[in-house]
Design a protein around this ligand. Structure first.
Ligand SMILES: Cc1ncc(COP(=O)(O)O)c(C=O)c1O
Length: 296
């Protein structure tokens, strides 16, 4: 939710390298290359009724991101997983959001990663509300950002890195236009995704989403939605999409671990046939069922 007031983080709990630290006292060195250069990787995930949704998938993606930037995980997977469970137990929340961060660690000034000895692991559990409830019932407004997605040749989108400036520039454009979110195109003019969510459209009862090779993150919620659609008998197609395909679509929605499923009412001022469409609604129901199956 966009707000200029400083959040109080009352419900936040935090572990740094496995150690519990009160959220208001938690800090990292100004020499951590995660801060200095965005040199690190992260994951955002949710827990429902204290059960962590798709934990294995998120850990696998984090490890893959870390491997891709030659950043060794400072502890083994079992230890890492245990810390996450400890944090969820410490959290006063039954349902909440987790942020897992692995930075390159403290080093000398200068970007050379060899300057850093050991990575730092930061884990935060708190609430996360990306959109006001009314937006979820009415659908949000999107714009197409003029900022293009960093090409996949420059940065593999499978690396979920701490450097989100490309996405933030798009979000700034959305704010400037008084829209709720922005979508980014790649240099060929194909739609990639929103600033922190994957995107889907529905046309003639078929579900479409761009391939990750066009520059989108391999979203875990995206995969869940594709699987749920197949199980519901909704035809799915993953292929490149131009913005024009969206202008004639019946429905559109965004997906993400933080976002869950967000309905979209318009793109660049052009309204979709339905703001909260029937296929979106079926998928949302199935998604909630999937969560409850994981939360017993
Ligand atoms: C750029 C971007 N795309 C898509 C997503 C959605 O991915 P997931 O469903 O794995 O959370 C995110 C989530 O953080 C993201 O940052």
């Amino acid at each position: 939710m966009s707000s200029a007031t400083e959040p109080d983080h009352q419900t936040a709990r935090c572990l740094i390298n496995g150690e519990f630290i009160a959220a208001q006292d938690a800090s990292i060195s100004i020499f951590d290359h995660g801060l200095l250069y965005g040199d690190g990787v992260f994951e955002g995930l949710r827990f429902y009724n204290k059960n962590i949704f798709k934990l294995d998938e998120h850990i696998t993606r984090l490890c893959r991101s870390a491997d891709a930037i030659s950043l060794p995980m400072p502890v083994d997977k079992n230890q890492f997983t245990q810390w996450i469970h400890n944090l969820v137990e410490l959290s006063p929340l039954k349902d909440g959001y987790l942020r897992l961060i692995l930075t390159r660690g403290v080093g000398a000034l200068g970007i050379d990663p060899r300057n850093c000895q050991t990575g730092n692991i930061i884990m935060i559990a708190d609430t996360l509300s990306l959109m006001e409830p009314t937006k979820l019932s009415e659908g949000i407004q999107l714009i197409t950002a003029t900022t293009r997605r960093i090409s996949i040749e420059a940065l593999d989108p499978r690396i979920k890195s701490l450097n989100y400036l490309n996405n933030i520039l798009a979000k700034l454009e959305a704010n400037q236009a008084q829209a709720d979110e922005a979508i980014l195109l790649n240099s060929q003019g194909h739609v990639c995704e929103a600033s922190a969510e994957n995107i889907f459209l529905v046309k003639d009862k078929t579900l479409y989403t761009p391939p990750c090779s066009d520059g989108a993150l391999e979203g875990i919620t995206r995969s869940v939605v594709l699987e749920l659609a197949s199980a519901l008998g909704i035809p799915t197609t993953v292929h490149s999409l131009k913005p024009e395909s969206f202008y004639h679509a019946d429905e559109c929605f965004l997906t993400g671990s933080g976002a869950e499923l967000i309905p979209v009412r318009s793109l660049d001022g052009i309204a979709f046939q339905t703001s909260v469409g029937p296929i979106y609604s079926r998928l949302l129901l199935a998604f909630k069922k999937e969560i409850s199956l994981n939360s017993d």
